[in-house]
Design a protein around this ligand. Structure first.
Ligand code: SF4
Ligand code: SF4
Length: 394
């Protein structure tokens, strides 16, 4: 595998200050298979109230206070339409019990930590964090590398919360009895590296590791290959931020940061939003397209997807949108350049799958991490990632 430096437009810069959009008119809570509603139409709900629960005790919460309007089919990234409970925000942020923040989180025992993580049903990218924390591992690897070009969620999280993040990483290391804790950041983040080096004296168990600003160095599987063995659990730095917020107050996560950027949008920046907000509402309130014809990529242009609408509910799978001036891309014949197979981080040959579509075993496709590097490099604009996902029905 070779590292690939992505050509970036240096005029695409995020605003220094984080934006906020925490007062949506409505929020939409997905009621996925196996979940049962715990509230009725017209009922008043407080912020952090349980809206639905499954048989394992996993809960879905309201991120605002207000009135329950009923169920409506709403679009979610990757999952498509899901029946969702609509809550009309009363903008009061009313909470049943206001909890005081813990002064020090390092007093948590593993049992207490697991209790809080499961009581709040904290999950990240479809995995319950309590399950990760209860698994055995030798190494904890913290992914602090922004994967997608132009995105800035991780930089903003690092910027405001370095002490809290390190405290949380240290706590996880102790509770999970990890022999190694590796924190990986890009080697061109001089300011962050300087701050980390001075703070890590207090956290001798955490080792700083650096990677080049190259793609796909922000993907968990790639970092695992570079730095550790099989018994490694990877936490994203965004995930660490969510764990800190949860255990500090013992309340569920109701907000997240997303990036809105690109050469066809203004302003560009990181925005803190409520979970369950409609992305188009965030967009029209704070941002504008600067071109008539744009290409919108949900979660970025490499590992994300080109979408035709911003009508998507923000959940923990949404990292942001990249809005670029529209470009026409004609699909041409493969010129057998070999760039796709030479650079695949998982050592796969997407060109072979392209040539033998439908005749390649599922186990081979399963190794694809969906980084999209093959698509980016292909001079013939062939959608190899889609083929690797097994979804091309040519
Ligand atoms: S999308 Fe899959 S096949 Fe393409 S480069 Fe990434 S891992 Fe390899
Ligand atoms: S990168 Fe594209 S053109 Fe080159 S071998 Fe792969 S599929 Fe063919």
């Amino acid at each position: 595998m070779q590292e690939v430096t992505i050509k970036k437009d240096s005029s695409i810069k995020l605003e220094d200050q984080m934006f906020e959009f925490l007062n949506p008119k409505f929020i939409f809570v997905p009621i996925r298979k196996g979940f049962k509603l715990k509230v009725r139409d017209n009922e008043y709900v407080y912020k952090n109230d349980i809206i639905a629960m499954d048989s394992h005790g996993h809960a879905m919460y309201s991120s605002v206070s207000g009135r329950v309007l009923g169920l409506k089919e709403m679009p979610f990234y990757k999952e498509g339409m899901i029946s969702s409970l609509v809550v009309e925000n009363d903008f009061k942020e009313s909470i049943r019990v206001r909890k005081s923040a813990k002064k020090y989180i390092n007093s948590y025992t593993k049992k207490e930590l697991l209790r809080v993580l499961s009581d709040t049903s904290l999950q990240y990218k479809d995995t319950y964090i309590s399950e990760k924390v209860s698994s055995k591992c030798k190494t904890i690897l913290i992914n602090g590398v922004e994967n997608e070009p132009y995105f800035g969620n991780k930089s903003y999280i690092f910027k405001d919360n370095l002490d809290e993040l390190l405290e949380t990483i240290d706590l996880l290391g102790t509770c999970m009895k990890a022999s190694d804790i590796l924190l990986v950041v890009k080697n061109n983040e001089e300011k962050l590296i300087g701050e980390l080096v001075s703070l890590l004296g207090t956290y001798p168990n955490i080792k700083l590791k650096l990677v080049n600003d190259a793609y796909p160095n922000g993907m968990a599987e790639v970092l695992k290959k570079k730095f550790s063995s099989d018994e490694t659990i990877v936490f994203d730095i965004v995930e660490i931020g969510l764990i800190f917020e949860t255990i500090k107050r013992e309340i569920p996560v109701t907000e997240k940061v997303i990036t809105i950027t690109g050469d066809a949008v203004n302003p560009k920046g990181v925005v803190k939003v409520k979970l369950g907000v409609l992305l188009s509402e965030v967009f029209v309130t704070k941002f504008n397209f600067t071109e008539e014809q744009v290409d919108v990529y949900m979660n970025g242009m490499l590992s994300g997807n080109l979408v035709n609408s911003l009508k998507v509910i923000v959940d923990l799978n949404v990292d942001g949108v990249l809005v670029m001036k529209h470009t026409e891309q004609e699909i041409e014949k493969c010129i057998k350049c070999g760039l796709c197979s030479k650079n695949c981080p998982m050592g796969l040959n997407p060109k072979y799958v392209y040539d033998h579509d439908g005749r390649v075993k599922k186990e081979y496709y399963d190794k694809c991490i969906g980084c999209g590097l093959c698509n980016y490099l292909c001079p013939s604009n062939i959608d190899l990632r889609k083929i690797m996902n097994g979804s091309d029905k040519r």
